[in-house]
Design a binder for this molecule. Sequence first.
Ligand SMILES: NC(=O)c1ccc[n+]([C@@H]2O[C@H](COP(=O)([O-])OP(=O)(O)OC[C@H]3O[C@@H](n4cnc5c(N)ncnc54)[C@H](O)[C@@H]3O)[C@@H](O)[C@H]2O)c1
Length: 338
Amino acid sequence: MNWSDKKVLVTGGASFIGSHLIDALVRLGAKVRVVDNLTSGRYDNIQAHVETGTVEFTPANLLEMGVAEQAVRGMHIVFHLAADHGGRGYVDLHQAACATNLVVDGLVFKACRDEQVEKVVYASSGCVYPNYLQTDTTKELYLSEDLAGPPYDADNMYGWAKLMAEMTLRSYYTDWGLKSAACRYFTVYGDRGHENHAVIAMIARAFVRQDPFVVWGNGEQIRNWTHVSDIVSGTVLAAEKIDDATAVNLGTMERTKVIDAVREVLRYTRHDARIELRPEMPTGPLNRVADNALAKRLLGWEPQVTFMDGLHRTVDWYFSTKHRQEVSATLEHRLTER
Ligand SMILES: NC(=O)c1ccc[n+]([C@@H]2O[C@H](COP(=O)([O-])OP(=O)(O)OC[C@H]3O[C@@H](n4cnc5c(N)ncnc54)[C@H](O)[C@@H]3O)[C@@H](O)[C@H]2O)c1
């Protein structure tokens, strides 16, 4: 795809992932528009591009009538990332807020069809997979795309909304020919990430020298944290190579226990703290790792950043950009809010 011919909208483009996607799209030469209400996105994530005129920014709420139509008008490709979203502390504790994603997604997809957008690329999630499959940490389970099927058992209202959006896009393709791709992101981390996600929460606790050092759950939860640079490259490839609303996992196949990630954060930051496990706090599914064979086959995509390397880079970013007093004062709030 020749991106320099393309007008591209990124909804939620001021976000952690959205802003990294915009960096990549600008490098590729695309003309980028962003619509974001800045509820969790930050203007400074995209400010440099806006000031050089390479990105057009509209602060607006996609839930309001007419905003989606205006945003997508004249666009070739729409990357739809805007969502009421946060990490585990957020999605477990804010069901109604996450349910508004059903409305945002519906409005954006309908506007794309009405305005004859060439293609929609949707930020879906590992949260579409049935919870009941992900309870046993002794199983070496890799979630392949076909496992998001009946009997459906998505992860919170957040996961149900992602699943409904995928299904909507499939129907739009079958019935109305709207081209699309859905990318199922798995627990993304990296610079510009938020403390309501586990990796950044661990780093923030180390940054403020928390002792005892709190870990939600018993530490045995398994995840495949995936670096934001890999998520961005997969999302761009999905835009180039998928037309038929196929959903594809973007996640590493590295299996890491929460407690092992915590130990590495403590070691790397030279923080010698006592670990306090808090099993009553939200943990999400106990065993969630992607199978990424389909992404390899359809996109030629493979993650390039190992978890250890990405973790160290993310610690370095956090420690070099944050202020200890400010993080200390707000950390408890940041763990569960956007
Ligand atoms: N971070 C992850 O681990 C992860 C995993 C799976 C999927 N995702 C999805 O990727 C996308 C980006 O996530 P992120 O981690 O960068 O988080 P994020 O929550 O910061 O991104 C959402 C963005 O949408 C904006 N937004 C929310 N509601 C809006 C509205 N009504 N109108 C306009 N803008 C609105 C927010 O200000 C924010 O910039 C989201 O769709 C999220 O669900 C993220």
